[in-house]
Design a protein around this ligand. Structure first.
Ligand SMILES: Cc1cc2nc3c(=O)[nH]c(=O)nc-3n(C[C@H](O)[C@H](O)[C@H](O)COP(=O)(O)OP(=O)(O)OC[C@H]3O[C@@H](n4cnc5c(N)ncnc54)[C@H](O)[C@@H]3O)c2cc1C
Length: 427
């Protein structure tokens, strides 16, 4: 049986890996010269940089399963400690113990008690409450009388990065899921994984050779699916017409209507909006910190990652609407100004170079009411299946969500082929 997967992001790659491993003959078409889609790296002068720091948690069991298929799990370094820094540099360390939570210095005792009440309410309401996709996380936190500083310094700090959306715009179900799955279920699930190699190296062609039945065709762009008698007959691509038994479209939502306008009646693309992420790469002439990473409180910059010996630093701002129109030089100025408040060594250090990556279409906005518009893998065309972080994966737009969608589409292909196989791992 032959399958063509359109798109070499994590959704397409994971679908290809699952089906290739089951003996399907898979061709993966990717318009760009490299794999990874939004989770990738590229050359910026002499440096290979990630388009943005990507992190995962141990609860991303499908992403880890996919990394396992490619044999790259050892390239992910896991951390059990989170460093919260206040302006001025005071540091609090959080791991999964009551003692560490009570010891957090950036929250007062009454704020901690408020958060504990909130976490208990999440545990209680996670599977019972019906309106979590209709209200925002902010509304829910206010309903629970969370103290203002607990909202800003704890709930916002954790959730805006995890879901890439502001608390005022995020459906409460996503906020619930982050805490329920990562912090309140399995004791190891909150560990944060950081790739120790540039992202694109995780999907290098060597790994694919091991998988056997997957042929990767970079620089091959699909222009149009060709529909006949309720199914896809072929794909019109930059490399000519290609045919297979099954097709998986794993392109972002803004692309799907162009290549398959036939789906316009069944997918409400207008319901989707983007949420941006900005990454700032800074290279200093000397180390400015020895922390591996830290979350920075009360400022625009939310996260710092120490990419190399405290000299190459990457800063991340999720849901970064305030920076979209800001000039590159001003973003760098802001980053240096704020960073110096947390790491005084910045004041003496010389900035050798800087790179700003604004991903305006980073993810979909996980707003209330969107869930019912996220399509499932099956379409009205019998041999066309959908994947992509925006489809109904059960997760917000993340690498785990993308891989889940890829596995779900692969499962749907095997079911349609008459030999259903399970790929999705449950958390
Ligand atoms: C700046 C940034 C930071 C992020 N940080 C994190 C993080 O820390 N943790 C996390 O879990 N997630 C993070 N994400 C989200 C994560 O990267 C995405 O959710 C995930 O990579 C999406 O994968 P995908 O396969 O669904 O889509 P994509 O990665 O967009 O892949 C789609 C692919 O299809 C290709 N394509 C499009 N049209 C065609 C066509 N016509 N023909 C052939 N190919 C085509 C594209 O070139 C692309 O490679 C981040 C995203 C961004 C942008």
């Amino acid at each position: 049986m032959e399958v063509i997967v359109i798109g070499g992001g994590l959704a397409g790659l994971s679908a290809a890996a699952a089906l290739g491993g089951e003996g399907y003959q898979v061709r993966l078409l990717e318009s760009r010269p490299f794999l990874g889609g939004r989770a990738t790296s590229y050359q910026a002068g002499p440096e290979t940089i990630d388009n943005c720091q990507h992190v995962l948690m141990r609860c991303c069991v499908n992403l880890l399963d996919f990394y396992g298929r490619l044999g790259v799990t050892r390239d992910i370094v896991f951390y059990r400690e989170f460093f919260f820094l206040e302006p001025g540099g005071r540091t609090s360390v959080m791991h999964r113990s009551l003692g560490s939570f009570l010891g957090l210095r950036f929250l007062s005792l009454s704020e901690k008690l408020g958060i504990a009440r909130g976490l208990l309410a999440i545990r209680r309401e996670y599977s019972t409450r019906q309106d979590l996709d209709r209200i925002t996380m902010r509304q829910w936190l206010e309903e629970k009388h969370q103290p203002a500083r607990a909202i800003d310094r704890f709930w916002r700090q954790v959730l805006v990065s995890a879901v890439n959306e502001d608390l005022e715009r995020m459906a409460a179900r996503h906020g619930f899921q982050v805490f329920q799955v990562a912090f309140l279920s399995n004791p190891d699930f909150y560990h944060m994984g950081v790739p120790s190699v540039p992202l694109a190296r995780l999907y290098s062609t060597d790994a694919w050779r091991e998988l056997g039945n997957v042929q990767i065709l970079p620089r091959t762009s699909v222009q149009r699916i060709v529909v006949e008698n309720g199914g896809v007959r072929a794909l019109a691509t930059s490399g000519g017409e290609l045919t297979a038994d099954f097709y998986i479209s794993a392109v972002p939502f803004e692309r799907v209507a162009t290549i398959s306008p036939e789906l316009a009646g069944e997918i409400d693309i207008a319901a989707f909006e983007h949420s941006p992420i900005t990454g700032v790469h800074l290279w200093f002439d000397r180390p400015i910190t020895d922390l591996p990473h830290a979350t920075l409180l009360d400022r625009t910059i939310q996260w710092m990652f120490n990419k190399s010996q405290g000299r190459y630093i990457e800063l991340v701002v999720s849901a970064s609407r305030s920076l979209v129109e800001t000039r590159r030089e001003e973003v760098i100025e802001l980053a240096l100004r704020e960073l110096a408040e947390f790491f005084p060594a910045v004041k003496q250090a010389k900035l050798e170079k800087a790179h700003v990556v604004k991903e305006v279409r980073a993810t979909f906005s996980a707003k209330p009411g969107l869930e019912e518009h996220r399509p499932v893998s099956r379409t009205s065309l019998r041999n066309l299946f959908l994947a992509g972080d925006w489809t109904r994966s059960g997760w917000p737009a993340t690498m785990e969500g993308a891989v889940r969608s890829g596995y779900l589409a692969a499962e749907a292909v095997t079911a349609e082929a008459g030999n259903p196989r399970p790929f999705l791992r449950a958390v």
